[in-house]
Design a protein. Structure first.
Length: 273
């Protein structure tokens, strides 16, 4: 009798492990499909993910090869690329109405800034798209709020008419979202075709959607992209300012050198006499 019970228990464990593996593999496909179908509806641009895996037991996972495309009219290949993103979730929440994400860690993403300071650039356009999709009313990020008047905000979406991307779906709670080691490639006419790369400081967002309602994927995208856009604009403005200082110093040195040459020439003339 005991032997039969042990055999039954062993079979149950094997089946349980098999179910966990199958479900875990399915979750990876679900995440990849979700990113590539729901994502473009939020940003109105192409969004790709090479692969995703998530451990049902441990709640840890990795997203690989994430790419966020540029809005129409921009020439650079992509707005944001991330080779690897690590995530941690509360396993039990995966089957509830609100998924609790313990952390999202994006390390070393490559960000491309194309356009001009202010709002005429690819990242600001992306944020406009997200605001429109989510019915957001956030003010557009600016490199220098003193030099430009407040930007007009999009009107909130009419109640009872959610967009396609905001159709009924699982809500989220993200305890921590961090971006570290980000580098921005500046594609701006002021650099005359030169490739200029600048670093971004670490970005950390905490306690997103901790209330009973949580947040949608669109709202999460809005908050994260908003912070990325703000920090990128600051970095781009600093790079342009540094370029201006360098040009001024070069001109100053050039003028000083010219004066020295003229002075020396005049002195030589008097010597000859």
């Amino acid at each position: 009798m005991k032997k039969k019970l042990l055999i039954a228990a062993a079979i149950f464990v094997v089946l349980l492990v098999a179910v966990v593996i199958v479900v875990g593999m399915s979750l990876g496909k679900i995440i990849k499909t979700g990113v590539e179908t729901v994502g473009p509806k939020i940003t109105k641009t192409e969004m790709k993910l090479d692969s995703a895996n998530l451990s049902l037991l441990g709640g840890s996972g990795t997203l690989k090869g994430f790419t966020l495309g540029n809005p129409e009219g921009y020439k650079t290949a992509a707005a944001i690329k991330a080779g690897s993103v690590s995530v941690g979730v509360k396993p039990g929440s995966l089957f509830s109405d609100k998924i609790v994400v313990r952390h999202v860690r994006v390390e070393g993403p490559e960000i491309t800034f194309e356009g001009t300071l202010g709002t005429a650039n690819n990242l600001s356009k992306l944020l406009d798209n997200v605001n429109e999709t989510t019915g957001g009313t956030t003010e557009k990020p600016k490199a220098d709020s003193k030099s430009e008047p407040p930007a007009k905000t999009e009107p909130p979406a009419k109640s009872g008419t959610p967009s396609k991307s905001e159709a009924p779906s699982k809500k989220l709670q993200v305890d921590e979202f961090t971006i570290t080691g980000a580098k921005v490639s500046l594609s701006m006419t002021v650099f005359a075709g030169r490739s200029v790369s600048v670093p971004l400081p670490p970005i950390t967002l905490r306690d997103l959607g901790t209330g009973p309602e949580g947040i949608t994927a669109g709202e999460l995208t809005q908050k994260v992209l908003g912070e990325v856009t703000v920090e990128t604009l600051k970095a781009a403005q600093k790079a342009v300012t540094d370029l201006g200082k360098g040009a001024t110093e070069a001109l100053s040195k050039g003028a000083t050198g010219a004066v020295d040459k003229v002075t020396k020439g005049v002195g030589d003339l008097f010597k000859k006499k």
